[in-house]
Design a protein around this ligand. Structure first.
Ligand code: UDP
Length: 331
């Protein structure tokens, strides 16, 4: 049984939720985070914490030597599609280059399993319907490319160096676990549900829909939303699977249900009871029309089952989280 997990980016949004789940299941967990966006307060005091940048090889190696993890779960990276179009070098540096440095260190220190946060953006602009792990990968933005390159590095390195890897391709993640002690204020948020909740709370005068002329039923893009706690648990299911079968694999992480941007904004208005102002804007660079996961691989191989798939529940959790952020900022 796997005992020691090193989580990179454990002070960030998905990392901190996975950390919470892993500690809850009794794993011994350490965190590497440079705190560029994450919060120190979310890391339980019993977890070893290394405030280290992944490209700082001697310090990363020192952490590996000290903690001796058998599994690394790698979250640290940059996540904004639009920013990746505007500043691609940042994405290849923070996502591809930093991952390469980490993988190299893990090989050197005999880490047995490596779980990687990838993205549905690797699929580019699929034709429609759901995408499975074997669907073609043609990223249409530097973010997707930066993650797909890391997937390739892992696949090649694992063949030569004998470790096992799992690639988790996240669809759209939202919501929160209110047991977490701290949340990062995000004044420049770009993700749809987050921005919509902030608009409910009066942090923005309105929200803009980026494109109403897509070839979809209501003209807006379609995405598949997964609750953060379901996603966090998926990592531990995958780890069990890798350990039990001594296997590497790729997994889509979503709910298998598509919602349009308009449907999401309706849900946020319904759940909050606030009819905030919605504007129609032009398309955002790098956005695919529709991304919906075929999740059968995750469910069938690992036994994962969503516990919070209802979109109103996801939205309500996201709204509660934004309220908590606002309250803690005003203390
Ligand atoms: N979106 C929008 N207005 C916003 C933020 C997002 O219309 O203020 C749209 C965006 O164009 C995309 C969808 O919502 O079609 C999901 O975008 P998000 O940034 O949340 O996630 P992504 O799918 O890009 O990872």
């Amino acid at each position: 049984m796997t005992k020691k997990i090193l989580i990179t980016g454990g002070a960030g949004y998905i990392g901190s939720h996975t950390l919470l789940a892993a500690v809850g299941q009794g794993y011994d967990v350490a965190v590497i985070d440079n705190l560029s966006t994450g919060r120190r307060e979310v890391i339980p005091t019993e977890c070893a914490f290394y405030e280290v940048d992944l490209v700082d090889k001697p310090k990363v190696e020192q952490a590996l030597k000290e903690f001796l993890p058998d599994t690394v779960i790698h979250f640290a990276g940059s996540i904004d599609v639009r920013e990746s179009v505007e500043n691609p070098i940042k994405y290849y540096a923070n996502n591809t280059y930093a991952s390469l440095a980490l993988i190299e260190a893990c090989v050197k220190h005999n880490v047995q399993r490596f779980i990687f946060s990838s993205t549905a953006a690797v699929y580019g602009n699929p034709d429609g319907g759901t995408v499975s792990e074997t669907s073609p990968t043609f990223p249409i933005n530097p973010y997707g490319h930066s993650k797909l390159m890391t997937e390739q590095i892992l696949s090649d390195a694992s063949k030569s160096h004998g470790f096992r890897y799992a690639i988790l391709r996240y669809f759209n993640v939202a919501g929160a676990d209110l047991r977490l002690k701290a949340a990062q204020p995000t004044p420049m948020a770009t993700h749809l549900i987050k921005v919509a909740c902030q608009t409910v709370l009066g942090l923005h005068p309105s929200i803009k829909i980026f494109g109403t002329d897509y070839e979809t039923a209501d003209g807006t893009c379609i995405r598949d939303f997964i609750h953060i706690s379901d996603l966090a648990r998926a990592h531990l299911n995958v780890l069990d699977y890798m350990t039990e079968y001594d296997a590497s694999a790729v997994f889509n992480c979503g709910n298998g249900q598509g919602y349009s941007v308009k449907q999401i904004l309706d849900a946020v208005q319904r759940v909050s009871g606030i009819n905030f102002k919605i504007e129609h804007g032009s398309r955002r660079a790098g956005d695919p029309r529709s991304l919906i996961a075929d999740t059968s691989c995750l469910r069938n191989k690992t036994g994962w089952v969503a516990q919070h798939e209802d979109i109103d529940e996801i939205v309500s959790s996201a709204l509660a989280w934004e309220r908590k952020i606002l309250e803690s900022a005003s203390l």
